[in-house]
Every structure is written in C-alpha cells, then in structure tokens.
Design a protein around this ligand. Sequence first.
Ligand code: SAH
Ligand code: SF4
Ligand code: F3S
Length: 472
Amino acid sequence: MKRSRQDVLIPQEQIEKQKEYIQKIKAHYIGQDIQPLAFLVTYGCQQNENDTERLRGMLAEAGFGFCDSAEDADLILYNTCAIRDHAEQKVYGNLGALKRLKRRKPELIIGVCGCMMQQKPVAERIRQRYPHVDLIFGTHTLYQLPELLWQVLNTHDRCVRLLDSDGYIAENMPIRRVGSVTAYVSIMYGCNNFCSYCIVPYVRGRERSRDPEAILREVRQLAQEGYKEVMLLGQNVNSYGKDLAEPLGFADLLERVCGVDGIERIRFMTSHPKDFNEKLMETMAAQPKICNQLHLPVQAGSNAVLEAMNRRYTRETYLDKVAKIRSMIPGLTLTTDIIVGFPTETEEDFAQTLSLLQEVRFDSIYSFIFSKRSGTPAAKLDMTLSDEVIHENFDRLLEVQNDISRQINDSYIGRTEEVLVEGQSKTDANMVSGRTEGGKIVHMQGGSERIGTLVKVKITAAKTWFLTGEII
Ligand code: SAH
Ligand code: SF4
Ligand code: F3S
C-alpha cells in the first residue's frame, strides 16, 4: 500500500523535541564541567557519510568536540554498512577490541547505528555478545540520537531503538560537514530495485524523495556558506520525484539546482542503467554546471548474469546508452561497479565482463567479490565457481582495468584542465589537491589560499589513480 506523504515526513515537532534533548545533554556536560569528545567511525557509501554528518551536527550542538582516537573519546559511535561481509567483520572486530577500554573507563558510551542494525539477527548478536555496547539504533531512528543518548546518560542502562519500517524523511536536522568546498546532499533515501544480491532495500527501506524546496534550500545555504560543488546522492537518482505529490523528474531537479548562484559544479550518484534516459543525457549536455562525469554501475558483462541479478537491462542496452552519452558529451569520465563471482557466474560469463571492460574502457572501476547477504534471493543460489577461481578472476579484472586507467590518465599529460581545489595534501604542506571536471584527482603545488578556487592546471604526470600538474 502506498504510504501518504504525511506518514513519510517526520513531523517538525519531533525534530524540535530532539533539539530539546540536545540542550539537556549540553547542560548535563556543562554541569559536570567537561567538554565531551566523540569519536565517529563511518563505513559504507556516501549516503552513510552524509548521515554521519548529521550525527556530528547533533553532537556538536550538544557541546561535543571530536577526536580521532577511541582512547580519547567519551562517546564512540560506529555508523555501519551491511553491503558486504567484510564491512561487517570490521565492526565486530572493532567492538570486540573496545571491551577492555570500557572496563578501564566505565563512563565511556559506545554506540552502533546504521545499516547493519537494520538486520534483526545482527542487532541481536550485538546485543547479546557485546554487552559493553550502550546504544543501538538503526537507519530509521538516526534522528533520535539526542533522545537515546540522554536516556543512556540518565539511566546508565543500554538503549536499543530499532524500527522495522519503510523509512522516513527527517528535515532540518543539524549538520556538521566534513569538507568546506564540496558537499553531499541526499536527495532521496531507500531503494526499490531489489537487485538479487543487494541488502540495501532491506536496510534502507522504500524509495522516498525529499521535497525539491527542501533540497534547494539546503543547496542555497551551502552556496551562502561558500561551498562550490554539490554531490546529489541517492541509490538510484533516476527514480527521484516519483513519490512526490507533484511528480518532478531528476533532470528537472538538476536544472533547478543549476540555478543556484555560487554553486559551480554539480555531480550525482548513483544512476541505475535501466533508468538512465535521454532526458537526463540532454540535461547533462546542456547544463555547464553539471560535471562531465558519470558513474553507471554495470555489475557484469553477461546477459545471463545481469538477468539473475535482476538488473533489468542487457549488455547491449548498456553499451547503447554509453555510446549515446559519449557522443553527446565528448571527454566524459565514465566509472562503474563490477561484482565478480555472482553465484551463477561461469568462466564464459566472466570473460564477457572482461570484454565489456575492454570495449567500454572505463576511466576507473570499483570492483567487489560477491558477498552472500542473508535474506537476499542470491544468497539461496549455489556457487558455480570456486573461491580460488573467483579470486583469480578478480585479480585478472584489476590487471585489465589498471592498464586501461593508466593509459587513459597518461593521455591527460600535457593537457590543461580546470581543477576545483578542495584541500591541502595530507603529506606535503606545499601541495593542494582537487578534481578535474571529470572527477579525476589532481595534486599540485600551491598554498591553502587556493582552496575553494577553480584553477587552470597543466597536467605533467599521471598514475593509475591520480594526476599531477602545475597551476598556470
Ligand atoms: N545503488 C547503487 C549501488 C549501491 S551499493 C547502484 O545500484 O549502483 C555499491 C556497490 O556495491 C554496487 O554497485 C555493487 O557493485 C556492490 N555490491 C552490492 N551488493 C553486493 C554484494 N552482495 N556483494 C558484492 N558487492 C555488492
Ligand atoms: Fe542495491 Fe540495486 Fe538498489 Fe543499487 S539499485 S542499492 S545495487 S538494490
Ligand atoms: Fe552500506 Fe548502507 Fe550504504 S549497506 S553501502 S551504508 S546504504
């Protein structure tokens, strides 16, 4: 049954109520004459990072400072990801290691939130095996952090707040962003695609779009604060707006965002190939602020595997769309995601993924070995290839792609690119780094006064993962 908009939007009174808890927490620590420090760790995608920026925003308003180590913290919070087993194992490992710290420092508060917690058996495992974890909440209760934290501070009991829900939209929460030049803006949450290997639809709920006015308000605010670039986020941005009272497509939203003065670059992710359409291509080509960059996850090169993945496009339609967008936007930077070792994948299927990489010549790829996610349809399938073969295939894939990436990057040597300087190099104080319009990372000599400016850079050297250049 379709939920009404009212059921999706968290009423503003509830957000205000959280702000009251924020003030209570602040007073609590002032009363004790301590400045509490929080250590936040984020796993997973940009949406999760954006969620952490909200967690940080609430904590900052409650008087928290932030630190980079568990040892110094009064509150440790893991915002978790459930996409692959590897990400989950890291969280278990980290939590296990905190047992001793908590024994030494009983007033330390340890919390776990995010996508992992939306899987019942996982949350239950944490509850039972990690009694030193005080705070457990999921993606649908993120905005309630102040209330939950206040409860823990007062009762010294652990607090678990999990909700089995199709998900909400919480507007006007505080936010404290990581960068000062480019900002993430989530335009929608959840996913309805149910690719057969993927856990996201189960842990993030149904697709729901923020109101365009709310998004534009946020982008205008960012422009006022001096941000130059926004990255619009959604699991499948092409579905944006389908659930709004007055339906508005993603291309229309992009056009409106282009109208915000001060924002000079707009990127977005992720586009699902089945929904990547001509209207969006035309908008990308027509709007100078939309960067000539596209992340279009293909996952596999074989139609049999694509069908088993429930991706609902074919190799041929994917290649057609790539050819079309490249003809409309010459010089487009194209990246993708690949899964190696999907259960039904045979050697012949894998060979087709390799041939697709050679045919398309992506600028770079994000490749993953299939990870069985319990509750998804693919988890019930028998594996065709052995672990050993899958790992060998994974290495072959990287070899093929690294060559291509390097060749493409080499072709940038001698060219002049417009680079938005995003920050100082971590290793060299005389170096800054930024991105080309296509999204390639460039390192160059320069001082911090360059940060936030667009500069023309002559590319002098190339590696597989980045470029080096001189500001002209
Ligand atoms: N919504 C985005 C992807 C989000 S997850 C999209 O549809 O493109 C990011 C990537 O993780 C996916 O593109 C996929 O390549 C990978 N992934 C998802 N589930 C996985 C699994 N069970 N095992 C391995 N990789 C997976
Ligand atoms: Fe997962 Fe598919 Fe949704 Fe992407 S589109 S989040 S891969 S179900
Ligand atoms: Fe992971 Fe959740 Fe993102 S499962 S990839 S953090 S939506």
